[in-house]
Write a protein that binds this ligand. Structure first.
Ligand code: EPU
Length: 420
C-alpha cells in the first residue's frame, strides 16, 4: 500500500509547465472497441493509469493480445477464448461493462458480472440492457452475471431515458455491427463518446450525428483495424486548472483541448482566475488570492462535469462567502466532504446540495478517500493546508491520474509517494 504525503503551504504558488495525459474515459471504450475486429487497433496518447491496466487485463482474459509501447497500445483480438468478464474485474472497475456491447455484437454472446453499487452511488446499468434488448439481444441475469445472447443484432430506434456515457458507448459499438440502421436518441454528448464514434468510423463503422445527441448508425458486417490518437483528459486538465486557481499560481498546461473544459473554465474565471488559451492545445492559468464564491450544479456535457465537483469544492472553501454545490448525476458523491471538514473546511451536506462557507484556513491532517475524484480533491486541499497532509489508500487516485505527484512536484509542490 502507498500513501501521499504533502507538505502544504498556504502561500504556495504553483508555477511552470505541465503536460496533460490522454483521457482515461476515452481510452477505456476505445480499448473495448478492439473486440469488434480481428485486425489491429493502435491507440496513442494513452494515459498510464490503473484503469487502463485493468481493461487490458480483461481483454487478455477474453483472449485478445496487446502490446504497450510508451503511450501507445496495439491490440488484436482475432478470436476469443472466453466471453466472460469476471466479478473480480468488474468490481475493480465498473467500466468493464464496456465489453458487453462489443462481445455480443461480434461473438453473439457475453457474460458480464453485474456491477453492484459503488462509492459514488447506486449506478444501475438498466439502460445498457434495455438498449441491447431493443437491438434483439436476449438478456438474463443468473448468479450475479448478465448473460447476453444474439444471433446477429438488428438495428432499432433506442431512446435513452436518461443520458448515460458508457450506455451510449455500449450501444454505439453494438449498433456498428448490427444488421440495418439504428437511431440512438438522447445520447450522452461527452467528448469521450464523440471520440469513440470517430474511432469506430475509422474502423469502418457508419456513424453520423444527426444532431448533438442523436446518432444514426448504419450497421456493417465487419470492422477493420485503425490507428487513433486519444483526446486529452479534460478532467485532469480541470483538476490542474483548479490547482492553479487555488494556489494563486501561474502555469501552462500542455496537451489540452480547451473547448472540452469550457464550462469549468467559465466557472474558474467567475471565481477570479485568469484562464487563457495559448495556441490550439495549451492553457495558461493564473490564480488570484481573492476567490469569489459561486454556485455550481453538475449536469451532463456540456454542463459542469460531476467528475470536477469535488475538486472545485476545494477552491470554494477558499472563496469569501457561501457557495452551493448541487450534484445531480450521482446520489452519493459527497464522500470528500467529511474529509475536507477534517482539514478545516466548513461544508454541510443537505440532500443533493453541499453548502460551502468560506474562506476557511485549512490545516493538514491524515485523510482517506474512497473514490477517484474525491482523492484528487484531497490532494488539492493538501497543497494549501498548513503542515502535513497524508492521503491514504491512493489506489483510487492511481486509477485515473498518471503520476499526479510528479506533475505537481514539477510545478513546485512538496508531495511524496511513500510505502506504508
Ligand atoms: N444511469 C442509469 N441507468 C443506466 C446507466 C446510468 O440510471 O443504465 C444513471 C446513473 O446512475 C447516473 C446517470 O445515469 O445517475 C449517468 O451515469 P452514466 O451512465 O453517464 O455514468 P457512467 O457511464 O457509468 C461515466 C464515467 C464517470 C462519470 C460519468 C458521468 C466512464 C468510464 N465513466 O460513467 O467517470 O462520472 O460517466 O459523467 O466514462 C470518473 O472518471 O471518475 C468517473 C466516475
Amino acid at each position: 500500500m502507498e500513501k501521499l504525503v504533502i507538505r502544504g503551504d498556504r502561500d504556495l504558488r504553483l508555477c511552470g509547465e505541465v503536460r496533460m495525459s490522454g483521457a482515461k474515459n476515452a481510452v477505456l471504450p476505445a480499448i473495448a472497441a478492439s473486440l469488434l475486429t480481428s485486425e489491429e487497433v493502435r491507440l496513442s496518447n494513452i494515459p498510464r493509469v490503473k484503469d487502463v491496466e485493468t481493461i487490458l487485463t480483461l481483454i487478455a482474459e477474453l483472449g485478445g493480445a496487446y502490446k504497450v509501447d510508451g503511450d501507445t497500445v496495439s491490440l488484436r483480438v482475432p478470436k476469443i477464448r472466453s466471453d466472460e468478464a469476471s466479478y473480480e474485474l468488474v468490481r475493480a472497475m465498473r467500466a468493464s461493462i464496456l465489453v458487453l456491447g462489443p462481445l455480443v455484437a461480434r461473438f453473439g454472446k457475453a457474460v458480464v458480472a453485474l456491477p453492484g453499487g459503488c462509492a459514488i452511488g447506486s449506478r444501475p446499468i438498466d439502460l445498457h440492457i434495455a438498449g441491447l434488448q431493443k437491438l434483439g439481444a436476449t438478456i438474463s441475469l443468473e448468479h450475479g452475471y448478465i448473460q447476453a445472447q444474439a444471433d446477429r443484432l438488428r438495428g432499432a430506434v433506442v431512446e435513452f431515458e436518461k443520458k448515460t456515457v458508457t450506455g451510449t458507448e455500449n450501444l454505439l459499438m453494438a449498433a456498428a455491427l448490427a444488421k440495418g440502421e439504428t437511431i440512438l436518441k438522447n445520447c450522452a454528448q461527452e467528448p469521450e463518446v464523440v471520440d469513440l464514434a470517430v474511432l469506430l468510423n475509422k474502423m469502418g463503422a457508419k456513424i453520423e450525428w444527426l444532431d448533438a445527441d442523436t446518432a444514426r448508425v448504419r450497421g456493417v458486417r465487419e470492422l477493420g483495424g485503425a490507428a487513433h490518437d486519444i483526446i486529452p483528459d479534460r478532467i485532469e486538465t480541470g483538476t490542474f486548472l483548479v490547482a492553479g486557481a487555488l494556489t494563486a499560481g501561474d502555469f501552462l498546461l500542455r496537451n489540452v483541448c480547451p473547448e472540452h473544459t469550457a464550462t469549468v473554465i467559465e466557472k474558474l474565471r467567475a471565481s477570479g482566475a485568469i484562464v487563457e488559451t495559448e495556441g490550439e492545445n495549451a492553457l495558461r492559468v493564473a490564480g488570484s488570492r481573492e476567490v469569489k464564491a459561486q454556485d455550481i450544479t453538475t449536469s451532463p456535457y456540456p454542463g459542469f462535469p460531476t467528475d470536477m465537483q469535488a475538486q472545485f469544492m476545494v477552491l470554494l472553501t477558499q472563496a469569501a462567502g457561501t457557495s452551493i454545490v448541487t450534484e445531480t448525476i450521482f446520489d452519493r458523491r459527497f464522500s470528500h466532504v467529511n474529509e475536507l471538514v477534517r482539514l478545516g473546511a466548513s461544508i454541510e451536506v443537505q440532500g443533493d446540495k453541499a453548502v460551502v462557507k468560506g474562506k476557511t484556513l485549512l490545516s493538514g491532517a491524515e485523510v482517506i478517500a474512497t473514490d477517484l475524484r474525491a482523492s484528487a480533491a484531497l490532494v488539492l486541499a493538501g497543497l494549501v493546508a498548513a503542515g502535513e497532509t497524508t492521503i491514504n489508500e491512493i489506489e483510487h487516485l492511481d486509477r485515473g491520474y498518471e503520476r499526479i505527484e510528479e506533475k505537481l512536484r514539477g510545478l513546485g509542490a512538496s508531495i511524496e509517494r511513500v510505502k506504508t
